[in-house]
Design a protein around this ligand. Structure first.
Ligand SMILES: [Zn+2]
Length: 477
């Protein structure tokens, strides 16, 4: 019985693959799916949601128990409308499940024999030394889908044969960028691995082997560019024409995007997902969006393989299109993690209005705004660190790194931003910018901030994901 459903699931997913090996034309890798009428898209999602539910019911002990607790039975999900009956899954539930059933937990339908017969790779979250990392196993089926989906996204961004990519991540057990590595393999675009090389060496690789596409986090694109400048190399005059960034919301923060694009004289694209539910690009930017300078860029959501929902964080009910809420995602292709309604927790608003590129898949307006747990609440106001980042990086005399500290002093919440002068401006050639930053932040946030200027090089350099917010209040509220 359970073997049938496993096979049925893989076959349904594979039957949905179009143009598995090469792009159909010079605009779209897969026009049939990328420009599909939205009602057909809903039909694809409906068929997959119904079968994914069956698959989880039969093959995942964690989900069968969770669904039964919610009063559902084996055939409770028969249409897309029934999706709302399915309880959402939160990160903590998987954590508890893996701790109770080490090392894998029981949420994945994957059995040991599937892993040893069709296994591809094991991934972990970064974790801390005290806690066990969370661990995920993926199969060759998943690898094939990740490559194909990554190729569709990279092609929409404008990666083509003739390009050479340099992938600046550690090639460790983190899921980050592995999917894009395999996608580049599928596309026939050669990859220079930056794994194991330090930043100076990566700069040397760029200068010497002349890659055209740089893959890294937005913070690292800034860091690498500055290290090259310090070494007397010019990122602007380098062979890099395009940057594919993931891991931080930078490409959708206008001033950060402008800084990176000017530093490299290259276009900056966004690719987002998450380890638990969206390991291949859930969101990607098209060329038409990235050319926009009038507003933050929108990011397409790959809706034939993911079902994104935008929910009110209090009621967990859907909000109308265009309104903000938290992102909940169903994975409609994975053999190991075909998860329904996982709370990614990022704030998002979505539009299905036509995009100039012709793709019909919905777009996250201005990308991901920040995670619900990063929302800064201070003196009755709520905002994401990205708002501060945008204000700080608009000031050209200020360096790339900054730090946000929130403390409670005499029952009053105080916010302090620490910045450095830019390395590109000769020392002593400008007035200290504290007051201007404070004024700019007062304009964008509506509150007073203290600004501290420290010498260039004092703040820690970010090489992967940035940690810039330090909320030092005992009970943040
Ligand atoms: Zn588009």
């Amino acid at each position: 019985m359970s073997d049938d459903i496993r096979q049925q699931w893989r076959e349904l997913v594979r039957a949905g693959v179009r143009n598995p090996d090469a792009p159909a034309d010079d605009r779209y890798w897969c026009p049939e799916l990328e420009t599909i009428p939205r009602e057909q898209l809903r039909r694809i999602q409906a068929e997959r949601v119904v079968l994914a539910y069956q698959y989880l019911w039969q093959c995942s002990p964690f989900y069968r128990e969770k669904f039964a607790k919610a009063g559902l039975s084996a055939d409770s999900v028969r249409s897309l409308d029934d999706l709302q009956k399915i309880p959402v899954t939160r990160r903590e539930e998987w954590l508890e499940n893996q701790e109770a059933h080490p090392p894998w937990g029981t949420f994945s339908p994957l059995r040991q024999e599937d892993w040893t017969e069709r296994g591809w790779m094991l991934f972990t979250t970064s974790g801390t030394t005290a806690a066990q990392p969370r661990v995920f196993r993926h199969t060759k089926h998943d690898r094939d889908l990740w490559s194909w989906l990554g190729a569709r996204a990279l092609y929409a961004m404008g990666v083509r044969n003739g390009d050479i990519a340099i992938n600046c991540f550690g090639y460790g057990t983190s899921v980050a960028f592995w999917g894009l590595h395999y996608a580049l393999n599928l596309m026939g675009v050669p990859v220079i691995s930056g794994g194991g090389a330090n930043t100076e060496r990566r700069g040397f690789f760029i200068q010497t082997y002349r890659p055209t596409v740089l893959l890294c986090t937005p913070s690292y694109a800034l860091y690498l560019g500055r290290v090259m400048q310090d070494a007397g190399l010019s990122p602007q005059e380098s062979s890099i024409r395009m940057i594919v960034a993931a891991g931080d919301p930078g490409p959708c923060i206008p001033s950060t995007k402008q800084r990176i694009e000017e530093l490299w004289h290259a276009s900056l694209h966004d690719d987002f997902g998450c380890t638990e539910v969206a390991m291949s690009p859930l969101g990607y930017t098209c060329r038409e969006q990235v050319r926009r300078t009038d507003a933050p860029v929108d990011v397409h959501l790959m809706e034939d393989v993911y079902l994104p929902e935008v929910l009110d964080p209090e009621t967990m009910q859907p909000v109308p299109e265009g309104q903000s809420g938290v992102l909940v995602v169903s994975n409609l292709f994975s053999e190991s993690q075909p998860i329904l309604r996982y709370v990614m927790g990022d704030w998002i608003s979505v539009t299905s209005e036509p995009c100039p590129c012709g793709r019909t898949h919905a777009r996250a307006i201005g990308g991901l705004k920040g995670r619900n747990d990063e929302l800064i609440k201070i003196r009755g106001l709520m905002f994401f660190p990205a708002v501060i980042e945008d204000s700080v990086r608009r000031l050209t005399e200020v360096g790339d790194e900054f730090r946000i500290e929130i403390r409670r002093v005499d029952d009053m919440d105080k916010i302090k931003i620490t910045v450095e002068p830019s390395s590109q401006i000769p020392k002593g050639s400008y007035a200290p910018p504290q007051q201007r930053i404070a004024r700019a932040l007062k304009g964008s946030l509506g509150i007073d901030v203290d600004v501290e200027l420290v010498p260039y090089g004092s703040l820690p350099r970010t090489q992967f994901k940035a940690k810039r917010l330090f909320d030092l209040r005992e009970t943040p509220f």
